[in-house]
Design a protein around this ligand. Structure first.
Ligand SMILES: Cc1cc2nc3c(=O)[nH]c(=O)nc-3n(C[C@H](O)[C@H](O)[C@H](O)COP(=O)(O)OP(=O)(O)OC[C@H]3O[C@@H](n4cnc5c(N)ncnc54)[C@H](O)[C@@H]3O)c2cc1C
Length: 372
């Protein structure tokens, strides 16, 4: 049986049996839906070997080829399976640990991500360090064999459910900019960590403020050497802008299908301008898919990851606008439905993981070699 067939059979059986209620839950602007059920689903996937497909087998993965990973994501979208809750672990910190972690760290942190037992969040942004990430002020010092972390993070997605946070912080007193930063793995459910949800346009809270006030983590919970955090942090961003979006992009197809169905139902599909936008959206999605596959063939995406990030996020924001347009006036009133939530949440796509302006600067300087 091919991996595609195996995945299809597994998803069909699971989503018509114990997880029938989980179908279609989550997604942009709907992250609050069925959190506990989706966590149980994550563990169910992990138990049957359907998380972290690309990882080596010794850490619970399948060392799957790119073709097999794509096949799995396509089947996942086709089955209308729920949005994953473990994507930050699988897509961001997991590959970073594989690249920079010691053997001990790999054995400690990778299997619980694969099993769906531990969820992660990303502690980079601060009130004065977003696009200008090197301005980080959160600091950590070694005390009694532990790192003690103090400072504030903001816009931390899923911090309210996370067990661990990868925190970029300053460990050399008086250091400036990219120097003296380190990459710490900090447990969230401990004294000294306070999470305050931020209400978003959708009325829900996907992200949070996180206050570290003497939060502690073991001395060994650092990826890379002290002071080498910037290099590790940039590698994570490469994954965030690149490979980890594979599943997300394939999910886009499902959203576009929903927009097309709505256009047919409301009659918007008969409007020549909207019709043109729908076709354009479909074509661009195909281009995006092919470009993503090309990029993912390179071992370590560099500025190409910025091209992919710019392209998918701008596309998704336009899809949100189209979703609103095909609903006509109905889209402006009543309880928020999935398409309205898509419209509202997709405004954020061109901001997180580096804003579109920042991606264009990276492309200009590193790909086109324009003057700084
Ligand atoms: C939904 C969502 C989830 C997020 N999740 C996380 C998370 O989990 N963890 C985390 O650490 N962060 C997260 N972020 C934060 C995100 O990474 C930052 O919002 C982003 O990096 C921009 O930083 P900022 O908000 O401080 O805006 P600023 O950096 O203040 O930028 C404001 C505006 O100025 C523009 N700008 C800034 N500098 C330049 C420049 N040099 N040239 C041209 N234009 C510029 C920007 O493009 C933007 O339009 C999330 C953000 C969102 C919206």
């Amino acid at each position: 049986m091919s991996l595609r067939e195996e995945a299809r059979a597994f998803l069909e059986e699971s989503l018509s049996g114990p997880f029938a209620h989980a179908r279609g839950l989550g997604g942009p602007g709907r992250e609050h839906e069925g959190q506990e059920l989706r966590q149980a689903w994550e563990r169910h996937l992990g138990k049957h070997g359907w998380t972290c497909l690309a990882w080596p087998e010794r850490y619970g993965g399948r060392a799957a080829s790119l073709e097999d990973q794509v096949a799995f994501h396509e089947e996942y979208a086709r089955a209308d399976a729920p949005a994953r809750v473990g994507h930050i672990g699988e897509g961001l910190i997991g590959p970073t640990i594989l690249e920079f972690g010691t053997e001990e760290q790999k054995e400690r942190f990778l299997p619980p991500i694969q099993r769906g037992d531990e969820l992660w969040c990303q502690g980079y942004s601060e009130p004065d360090a977003g696009s200008d990430l090197a301005n980080i002020r959160t600091r950590a010092r070694l005390e009694g064999g532990e790192w003690v972390v103090t400072g504030q993070k903001v816009w931390t997605s899923l911090a309210h459910v996370a067990d661990w946070c990868f925190v970029l912080c300053r460990t050399e007193e008086g250091s400036q900019r990219h120097r003296g930063l380190s990459y710490l793995l900090v447990p969230m459910k401990r004294p000294g960590v306070e999470v305050r949800p931020i209400v978003q346009l959708t009325g829900t809270s996907e992200f949070n403020e996180v206050f570290f006030d003497g939060a502690r983590t073991a001395a060994g919970n650092m990826l890379g050497a002290p002071g080498d955090g910037w290099r590790v942090a940039m590698a994570t961003l490469g994954h965030e802008r690149g490979a980890s979006t594979l599943g997300q992009q394939i999910g886009f197809r499902r959203e576009l299908r929903r927009v097309i169905e709505t256009a047919k139902r409301t009659g918007a599909a008969g409007d020549p301008v909207l019709r043109d936008r729908l076709v354009r959206s479909w074509l661009e999605l195909e281009i995006m898919r092919l470009n993503a596959l090309r990029m993912l063939r390179s071992d370590r995406p560099g500025p190409e990851a910025s091209i992919a990030k710019l392209y998918w996020s701008e596309w998704h924001r336009r899809l949100g606008e189209l979703a609103q347009a095909v609903q006509g006036r109905a889209g402006l009133v009543g309880e928020l439905d999935a398409l309205q939530r898509l419209y509202l949440f997709s405004r954020a796509d061109t901001i997180y993981a580096g804003s579109s302006e920042i991606q264009r600067t990276i492309i200009a300087e590193r790909t086109l070699k324009l003057p700084r």
